[in-house]
Design a protein around this ligand. Structure first.
Ligand SMILES: [Zn+2]
Length: 160
């Protein structure tokens, strides 16, 4: 999934904000919603496309869950509502990214117990350029639906 991460992050962050009565940190949710894909820089410029970027640590749930646990444990002492709120928004958006990548990309949810890559649908390589294969597959409609949903929510939020 490549188009819907940011719109989905917007929707999730707005929902978290609504539930915890918070109006700040939308930008943290948006950054976190695309953050795991920062590994594309390494994929293209360092690794020269030798390893699927979903296999890097930035796409491993265990890494982010461990980090979230450390932040939560560290915050037990300080009891900072701000840290707790930021951590929730940040880590839930990162995990949403991984859930969305599971749809058609594949994520190793059980790593390090297993390296099996979980995914819901396989997008066959029907075009030489991988992006065209994704855009012409039915699963792209899901991305479009999420994007339209986010645009509608954004427009509605500006009217209130
Ligand atoms: Zn990703």
């Amino acid at each position: 999934m490549f188009l819907a991460h940011l719109p989905a992050g917007y929707l999730l962050t707005k929902e978290i904000q609504r539930r915890i009565h918070e109006t700040k940190y939308l930008w943290i949710g948006l950054v976190a919603s695309v953050l795991p894909d920062i590994d594309l820089l390494y994929f293209y410029f360092v690794d020269h496309r030798q390893t699927l970027h979903h296999e890097y640590w930035t796409h491993l749930p265990i890494f982010w869950l461990t980090l979230w646990a450390f932040v939560t444990i560290g915050n037990l002492h300080f009891k900072s509502r701000g840290v707790s709120t930021i951590a929730q928004i940040f880590f839930l958006n990162v995990l949403l990214h991984l859930v969305l990548d599971t749809f058609a990309g594949g994520i190793s949810w059980l790593y390090p117990l297993s390296s099996h890559s979980f995914f819901f649908v396989t997008v066959p390589a029907t075009h030489a350029f991988w992006m065209f294969s994704f855009i012409t597959h039915w699963s792209f409609l899901v991305e479009l639906a999420i994007t339209v949903w986010a645009i509608v929510a954004f427009v509605k939020s500006k009217k209130v």
